[in-house]
Design a binder for this molecule. Structure first.
Ligand SMILES: Nc1ncnc2c1ncn2[C@@H]1O[C@H](COP(=O)(O)OP(=O)(O)OP(=O)(O)O)[C@@H](O)[C@H]1O
Ligand SMILES: [Mg+2]
Length: 274
């Protein structure tokens, strides 16, 4: 695994703007984040993360907090770095995190690999949904539960996703796009979940299906699952979310309430083209 502190000096010099980064690092390494659970404390703390695809410098010093049970919309134009930020938090091999820290409820995700992050309850639902070919709906769900720690039982999943219950014996890849998206979310819930990372859950879906997925996500919200949602359909995401972050060229340019973005035409025109 990449030592995230190894390239710090270089990164700091390259940027010439993160002069306090070293202090922050030392502090968090010796003390960790504030004890979790206190009011106002962040459940997820993303601290000055820098991530690269090879030489390509993409996530350029992103910092934000997410409180427990909060839904945060991560927005921005195509290529802004939204997927890369989610992947960095989920600790996928690419992009490589070279500097910065990610704390989930006191756990240093920046020191973990993706399977360890998953064991800690980080569940990424990627844009392509990764439905496994040749398996039924139920087999896809059961496969998610092969390894500990398990999340929801099948019965509970079928209760919340009646459409999947109807199609439990169907080859999952023959389902509609919307149904496959439901399965992708359900499969994340079949694992123990502390942080749900949704990458464009409405992508390519007809408006009526979007509404159906929205209802499911409202249900997820009521269950208090801490979620980051990336979505091109910014308005839909903002209606679901409590807070919004806007990314532009790998940097956070706005961090505030979802309502502030809905109310601010200039901000939406400039960064979201809506
Ligand atoms: N595997 C990769 N190798 C090299 N560059 C990549 C790779 N994946 C993404 N990038 C680049 O990183 C930048 C950010 O991409 P990312 O996918 O994070 O953007 P995004 O905000 O999710 O965009 P979109 O809204 O189009 O999904 C883009 O310039 C993209 O070309
Ligand atoms: Mg993307």
């Amino acid at each position: 695994m990449t030592d995230v502190t190894e390239t710090k000096t270089v990164t700091d010099t390259e940027n010439g703007q993160r002069v306090t980064g070293g202090n922050r690092d030392n502090q968090s390494q010796t003390q960790g984040p504030k004890a979790p659970g206190r009011e106002g404390d962040a459940f997820l703390q993303v601290r000055d993360i820098h991530a690269y695809y090879g030489e390509s410098y993409i996530v350029q010093g992103v910092t934000f907090d997410v409180r427990e049970s909060e839904i945060v919309a991560l927005l921005g134009r195509n290529g802004a770095g939204k997927t890369s930020t989610l992947r960095t938090i989920a600790r996928t091999d690419t992009p490589a995190l070279k500097h910065g820290e990610i704390w989930l409820h006191g756990v240093p995700l920046h020191r973990k690999r993706s399977f360890e992050a998953a064991q800690e309850g980080v569940q990424l639902v990627p844009e392509d949904r990764r439905i496994i070919q040749g398996l039924t709906v139920e087999e896809n769900l059961m496969l998610a539960q092969v390894e500990e720690p398990k999340g929801w039982e099948l019965e509970k999943i079928y209760h919340h996703f009646p459409r999947l219950a109807e199609r439990r014996k169907q080859d999952a890849v023959t389902m509609s796009g919307g149904e496959q998206q439901m399965l992708a979310v359900a499969r994340a819930l079949a694992r123990e979940i502390k942080l749900l990372l949704l990458d464009e859950p409405y992508e390519g879906l007809a408006p009526t299906i979007v509404q159906e997925i929205e209802r499911i996500l409202e249900g997820v919200k009521e269950l208090g699952i801490t979620t980051i949602i990336v979505e091109q359909n910014a308005i839909a995401a903002l209606h679901l979310a409590d807070r919004a972050l806007i990314l532009d060229m790998g940097e956070i340019v706005f961090d505030g309430t979802a309502q502030e973005v809905l109310d601010n035409d200039d901000l939406r025109h400039e960064y979201l083209a809506i």
